[in-house]
Design a protein around this ligand. Sequence first.
Ligand code: CA
Length: 395
Amino acid sequence: MRRLAAALAALALTLGPPAAAEPGGGTPFAGFLAELRRDAAARGITDATFDAAFRDVRAPDPAILARTRGQGEFSRPVWDYLVGAVSPGRIARGQARGRTLAATLRAIEDRYGVPGSVVLAIWGVESDFGASAGTVPTIRALTTLAVAGHRGTLFRDELLGALQVLQRGDVTPAAMTGSWAGAMGQVQFLPSTYLGHAVDFDGDGRRDIWRDDADALASIAAYLKDLGWNPSLSWGYEVRLPEGFDLASPAAELPDFAGRGVVRADGRALPRTGKASLFLPGGLGGPAFLLTGNFEVIRGYNTSDSYALAVGHLADRLAGGPPLAAPWPVKAPRLDTAGLKALQQGLAGKGFYQGEADGRAGPKLREAVRRYQIDAGLPADGYASPALLAHLQGR
Ligand code: CA
């Protein structure tokens, strides 16, 4: 999203007020709308729906473009993100909501196989349990981003999807609100996700992720089920590694990890079946996790590692689990975005990294760091630290 921010910021300067006349007498925005109306009609969207949707949207909104700078879960260290996302207040609010909605959450778990604690946790991180679902009109947000034209036609396609949602009558234009980036309602679905996965759990004929708690919670569960949630496993487990644990083989069956001396931090037994991979988001010495495929399912909702870890840990806390046992390396130096980019470029130059040099610490960079560490005879914790960058640059 960072390149998006730069592109949109530049565009915000050039767009200005939508006054510049084009040959033919219309403005660029009028031209955009005319083309959009044609494509919308091909999707079965009537002029009445289209006109109602755009009644209050006369131009791209500079205030929305101004909001496009940075995404918290990518630009902060995971422990900073967790402090905000899994705060004592949020745990208390979530547990209270969980008690009120216990019967609904049980029914949702019965139907979709996703634990109520996980559904609650996503609801908590996305909208603080429905309390802050965003008040930006979705058509206004998506129109602004679509006119900006970044990321190909992604936002324009989502805008057409939003018009389809309105055409179905699930929500009115005035009630269709969410984030500046077009994520809607209590569950922050983009329109394409909504069209594919939202459900009407209370059976009133409308899939209401804006005002109906049951529809919102069930839509989260339905989406996770569609993404492949495995009901027999948790998202992951905080673990303790034995002295001298071989970091070079970080993916294995859970019983193999147990056989190699890995134990859960809360003292309970690891499951007897299922695959997992080791995750050291703060490097050796910080919290260690065994992640199951369900962690990847949560990343399907939002690709950030920090997000998925916050959801998993919040779910455990809502279910009465303990805080993380190991301390984070909060005082240790860490790489900023420029440092991460330099690391990605350095690793790419030595053939360890194939992704984009975008300054994001994610699974691709972690795997590249791990392979470099193994090659260099370093402990292979996959952690992108300043010391590692210095090692790479001095080699
Ligand atoms: Ca409903």
